[in-house]
Write a protein that binds this ligand. Structure first.
Ligand code: MEV
Length: 440
């Protein structure tokens, strides 16, 4: 093993020393790379320090494009959506779907629930009925000890909604849970929930330690872990668009009835086939994640919740659905969204703050509606392309700039290529050859 490529005490080094060690041991051109790494720092030292302290062992910033999709009409209110994504054509697709639905009543979004969940996982050598004997007294004590921790959240209208015992002993010997429901208002609530759960775990142990009448082993429940669940089936939002089928003329060269039918079949394919459903839902998350990243929300948590929701009946299915009834086209998305508009990084990350300002400083419920609309818009745009022209035509047009940059095209070459490829199919090879021909 090359000893130079491992180190102890890396986290204790200053930022510059970290960079020095990295570039000297992992790059061929350390001086140049060091300059490049430093060139991505904010000039404003205070802002840079905030970013540095968000994570650990930070050496620089990693930029992603921050785009805007205007014309989103959501529950009658117009929004411009901030979208952070590395994928070309996502912002264009969202913008085009938003514009399309702007003239057809926009997106109707409804929050179906905001309950968040967490569990204390523990082992107790006894039966559920023995355990239930203690349920009432135990829960009273859990609520009593956690009351001070909930005071601020309760003032905002949130707190613990319920606590119960869950019998998991059929799945694993002696396995039980404290199953806790929370309302965390405008915060995502992860820290609040985990703090409460850990306090409950301590009290669970204390409660049984006080039960001198029980056999010794029952006085010592073994707490395995205390953690929120990202499966939040009751923290749910539904976004819907609908219009008379006849109003879908702008979507395709074919008759709107044929387009609507092909669209509905594409959704149905994702309902019945997990291979298609995974790609279909990925397209939905193209829109959802872009808003989540822009507003510093936890996109991994939301994706995990979305996928478990998509598999709720045992088969992985589409998160969106579609029906055509009495000449009316209706397309909707139901997705769990555990979001926050206060706390976390929402006020700390300089651009997350601006994103929320752009959205009119929404509550978490309002942000759920916005995010669900972004997901549905993206899904609509993807399916509209897929069942008509195919996805590559639009995608490659949007990707042209990346290819031109990759082949090092000058601005003159870019102009000529853009004009040429407005009428020709874009592929990496064709663009490369076109630029080479220009140069020759
Ligand atoms: C590409 O990022 C997303 C799509 O594949 C989604 C879909 O197939 O529905 C276009």
């Amino acid at each position: 093993m090359d000893k130079n490529k491992t180190i102890s005490g890396f986290s204790k080094l200053s930022k510059r020393k970290k960079i020095k060690w990295i570039v000297e041991n992992f790059f061929k051109d350390p001086e140049h790379v060091m300059k490049e790494i430093i060139s991505h720092w904010y000039k404003d030292e205070e802002k840079q320090q905030i970013l540095d302290e968000i994570s650990e062992n930070t050496i620089t910033n990693y930029s992603l494009p921050y785009g805007v999709a205007p014309n989103f009409l959501i529950n009658g209110r117009p929004y411009a959506l901030p979208l952070v994504t590395e994928e070309s054509s996502v912002v264009a697709a969202a913008s085009s779907a938003a514009k399309f639905w702007l003239d057809r009543g926009g997106f109707h979004c409804e929050v179906l629930g905001t309950t968040k969940l967490g569990h204390v996982h523990f082992f107790w050598p006894g039966t559920i009925s023995q355990l239930q004997h203690h349920e009432e007294a135990l829960i009273a004590r859990l609520l009593e000890v956690t009351a001070p921790l909930c005071a601020r959240m309760e003032k905002r209208g949130g707190g613990i909604r319920s606590v119960r015992l869950r019998d998991m002993s059929m799945e694993m010997d002696d396995y039980y849970q404290l199953f806790v429901e929370f309302e965390t208002c405008d915060s995502m609530g992860a820290n609040f929930i985990n703090t409460i759960l850990e306090a409950m775990a301590d009290e669970l142990k204390a409660y049984f330690a006080d039960q001198a009448q029980l056999p010794t082993e029952q006085q010592r429940p073994d707490v395995l872990m205390s953690i929120l669940s990202n499966h939040t089936p009751d923290c749910l939002c539904r976004a819907t668009v609908s219009c008379p089928v006849g109003d879908l003329t702008a979507c395709a060269d074919v008759a709107p009835e044929i387009f609507a039918e092909r669209f509905a079949r594409a959704v149905r394919a994702a309902q019945v086939d997990p291979f298609r459903a995974t790609t279909h839902n990925k397209g939905i998350f193209n829109g959802i994640d872009a808003v989540l990243v822009a507003t510093a929300n936890d996109f991994r948590a939301v994706e995990a919740a979305g996928h478990s929701h998509a598999a709720r009946d045992g088969q992985y299915r589409s998160l969106s659905d579609c029906r055509i009834v009495d000449g009316q086209f209706e397309f909707w998305l139901e997705v769990p969204l555990a979001l926050g508009t206060v706390g976390g990084l929402t006020a700390l990350h300089p651009m997350a703050k601006r994103s929320l300002e752009m959205l009119g400083k929404p509550s978490a419920r309002e942000l759920m509606c916005i995010v669900a609309a972004a997901g549905l818009a993206q899904n609509f745009a993807a399916l509209r392309s897929l069942v008509t022209t195919g996805i590559q035509q639009g995608h490659m047009k949007m990707h042209l700039g990346n290819i031109l940059n990759a082949v090092g095209a000058s601005s003159g070459e870019k102009d000529q290529a853009t004009e040429h490829f407005s009428e020709h199919k874009v592929s990496y090879q064709d663009v490369k050859e076109f630029v080479e021909t220009l140069r020759n």
